[in-house]
Design a protein around this ligand. Structure first.
Ligand code: FAD
Length: 689
């Protein structure tokens, strides 16, 4: 095994820490089996790694935001728990897949793939696409596979990436087992789509592979050890640091002046100072926050139109409710050891239980019906076990009892047990079954031309009273309430107020987030201004969908200051808000208009002006049909849409179809075809969520 200096330092530190605990007689052994690595394999060759680790089933995933990974892992866990299969669950990014044709014929491959952008593969799965595209007829005729795509039907190329996989694999002669499954996040049915695909497939695999099924039994992927409490925790114990590089025991990442050292990316976020925050509006139950992140201390670069990924942590209220429900000691230090080399550590360990709950687990958010079927083995009594079984099997009952009430896991369990604790559920089961914290993405609202070192975001705070019962906990988003908390604290407003639904620890692990910092990284997007500034553009972005257009317009303002002799094409922005109160950056637009002269124009739709009819951006498009058509069909304008993927982006698409079909006097289907071509050629770009 090749250990680099970093690994070696961390291992030495870990060994010392463990030795110290042993000396104090504090070392408690794992609750479950799996004390040592079964096999070590350094191979990047997927077939070799499968063989070296004694696996007999392969689950492959390509994930952009973590959802495909989450479902792949759930699927792998269920195969192991039900059939005792030795499943290797791997990110396609981590292995060379060229050898797939050498896979033993009794090994089935289950592929989980998300689609990104215009039918694209996730960034890390591009080499997988290249490999599949280069296959010849019959290359994979021994391969049996299952396929589940994760997509959003509001996008033109719904599940485009998994559809391509299906095509390439069938052309190469591989055999699909069961049905090709598709999840539709646009309809909000990802979990039910998965279950509807997975349940019959499990039966089919059972008969096809001659498997014995037994009652689900938790098969851990990690050896788990408890190392005592954190009162004397060593410098190598994580208190929630984003990566091990931030641990004080690891001096390598800190320069002598104490600064963080990079490079920073999605695997090693930069803990960026938030230099300014502002409440853009506060209209009773709704708030919107503008935040500026200073990235001058990092190698992070961005281009106008990119996304900022923000890594949040859970609120004090949700953390203590979770710890209390499962009877967990927040100070207990534990460590995880992958049981084979195909399994990656999900977060830095050793770590305290409290830090893992706060920083590394998604403890809020809707729950999957499948989680009930795996957690029931640990129910505190037979009655609750039976109830969990019923709910996990009955889609409608589950929707009525759990989903519609906006319950997260703890809310649901405490509701079912009438408030009695669930301390019979082992902590390491929770660690392996609850999704791990994912960053939240924000369309950058600054311009890299105008503000190279400052990245701004514009976030609407996700918060509402539970619509079913006012006695239930309010429903809150993790990252946006944290941003609001930072904004209030930074602007010297009352953060202890009980009117806030949740409160956060802003100092972070060992004070790492003190004085307003959060871990971030930049994600490249393809949402880009045309390279020729004379090309006209139409921007459509209601609500926070205006974020990247603020960046676009600031970009053009800076450009025209730098190159006043270059003439710009028309920049037409369709913006929408409820009324004047939530009109974002209201005071800035006239300034931009002045600087850009007649080139920049803004057309606004308000949906809740008293005594006035509701107007949306799509209505304004139709009202300005002639100009919009002229810009698109005659002057070659680029079209940009940002914001709500469900209602707005579809409404805008229909309005554009109407405008083009009427303007060109062609059928709507032909106009839709034309827009499709615009999308493929990058003339019609969407940044919708
Ligand atoms: P989360 O914790 O992720 O919760 C998500 C939603 O679920 C919230 O509405 C929350 O109230 C609700 N919820 C929580 N618990 C439950 C439950 N048990 N049952 C049902 N619902 C529940 N947003 C912006 O404001 N501005 C942007 O510019 C922007 N750009 C984006 C760009 C991209 C590419 C993407 C993918 C998303 C973008 N978003 C943007 C959305 C943003 O990433 C976040 O999803 C959003 O801010 C909510 O994050 P959160 O952590 O506050 O909520």
């Amino acid at each position: 095994l090749g250990l680099d200096t970093l690994d070696f330092t961390v291992l030495c530190g870990l060994a010392l820490a463990v030795a110290a605990y042993v000396a104090k007689d504090k070392l408690k052994r794992a609750l479950v089996s799996g004390e040592s690595l079964a096999v070590q394999s350094d191979s990047r060759d997927i077939v070799q790694a499968l063989h070296d680790n004694g696996k007999n089933y392969l689950v492959l995933y390509g994930s952009q935001t973590g959802t495909a990974e989450d479902y792949a892992k759930k699927f792998a866990k269920e195969l192991a728990a039900k059939f005792s299969l030795k499943v290797m669950c791997a990110d396609v990014e981590s292995y060379d897949v060229e050898g797939l044709n050498k896979l033993p014929s009794d090994v089935v491959v289950s592929i989980f793939l998300s689609t990104y952008g215009e039918g694209d593969f996730p960034d890390g799965a591009v080499p997988f696409e290249d490999y599949l595209a280069g296959l010849n007829e019959g290359d994979l005729e021994n391969l049996r596979y299952t396929l589940f795509g994760l997509g959003n039907s509001t996008y033109e190329f719904f599940n485009g990436a998994s559809k391509k996989v299906h095509k390439y694999l069938s052309e190469a002669g591989a055999t699909l087992l069961g049905k090709y499954g598709e999840a539709d996040d646009g309809a909000g049915t990802t979990d039910e789509d998965y279950l509807a695909w997975k349940d019959p497939l499990m039966d089919l695999l059972k008969s096809e592979l001659g498997l014995d099924e037994h009652e689900q039994k938790f098969e851990p992927n990690f050896g788990y050890s408890e190392l005592g409490d954190s009162s004397e925790n060593a410098n190598t114990v994580s208190l929630g640091e984003p990566t091990t590089q931030y641990l004080p025991g690891n001096q390598l990442t800190f320069s002598p002046d104490g600064k963080q050292t990079g490079p920073f990316d999605s695997t090693h976020p930069y803990v960026a100072p938030i230099v300014a925050t502002k409440e853009l509006f506060n209209s009773g139950d709704r708030n919107c926050i503008h935040a500026d992140f200073d990235v001058s201390g990092s190698n992070l670069k961005y281009s106008t139109g990119d996304h900022l990924a923000v890594w949040p942590s859970n609120s004090n209220e949700k953390v203590s409710r979770f710890l209390d429900c499962f009877g967990l000691d927040p100070d207990m230090v534990f460590t995880l050891k992958p049981l084979d080399s195909t399994i990656k550590l999900p977060f830095p360990t050793p770590v305290t239980v409290g830090a893992a709950v706060r920083h590394y687990l998604e403890i809020t958010g809707p729950i999957s019906r499948q989680l009930f079927s795996s957690i029931m083995q640990f129910a505190p009594n037979e009655e609750l076990k039976e109830r969990l079984k019923e709910l996990s099997r009955d889609k409608d009952d589950f929707a009525k009892e759990i989903t519609i009430k906006y319950f997260n896991l703890v809310d649901a369990l405490l509701y079912l047990s009438n408030g009695a604790k669930w301390d019979s559920v082992p902590w390491n089961f929770l660690v392996e079954s609850i999704p791990h914290m994912q960053p939240r993405y924000y369309s950058i609202s600054s311009s890299s031309l105008s503000e190279k070192q400052t990245i701004s975001i514009t976030a609407i705070v996700e918060q509402m009273a539970n619509p079913v019962s006012d006695k239930a906990e309010p429903v809150t988003g993790v990252a946006t309430n944290l941003l609001r908390h930072i904004q209030l604290s930074q602007n010297k407003q009352d953060v202890g107020s009980s009117t806030l639904p949740v409160h956060y620890d802003l100092s972070g692990p060992r004070g790492l987030f003190r004085t307003y910092r959060l871990p971030v990284h930049v994600r490249r997007s393809s949402f880009r201004l045309p390279s020729n500034p004379a090309t006209p553009i139409i921007m459509i972005g209601p609500g926070t969908g205006v974020a990247p257009f603020r960046g676009f317009v600031r970009d053009r303002v800076k450009f025209s200051e730098q190159q006043p002799s270059v003439s710009l094409g028309k920049h037409l922005l369709f913006y929408g808000s409820r009324d004047e109160n939530d009109f974002l950056y209201q005071e800035e637009w006239p300034e931009y208009s002045k600087k850009l002269g007649g080139v920049f124009e803004m057309i606004v739709a308000h949906s809740r002006l008293p005594g006035k009819p509701k107007k949306y951006v799509q209505d304004r498009l139709i009202e300005n049909e002639k100009e919009v058509f002229d810009l698109i069909a005659i002057k070659g304008a680029f079209i940009y849409v940002c914001g709500d993927a469900k209602g707005m982006a579809q409404g805008v698409h229909s309005a554009l179809v109407t405008i083009i079909s009427r303007g060109k006097n062609v059928k709507e289907s032909d106009a839709a075809e034309m827009l499709k071509l615009f999308k493929s050629s990058g003339k019609y770009q969407e940044d919708v969520w």
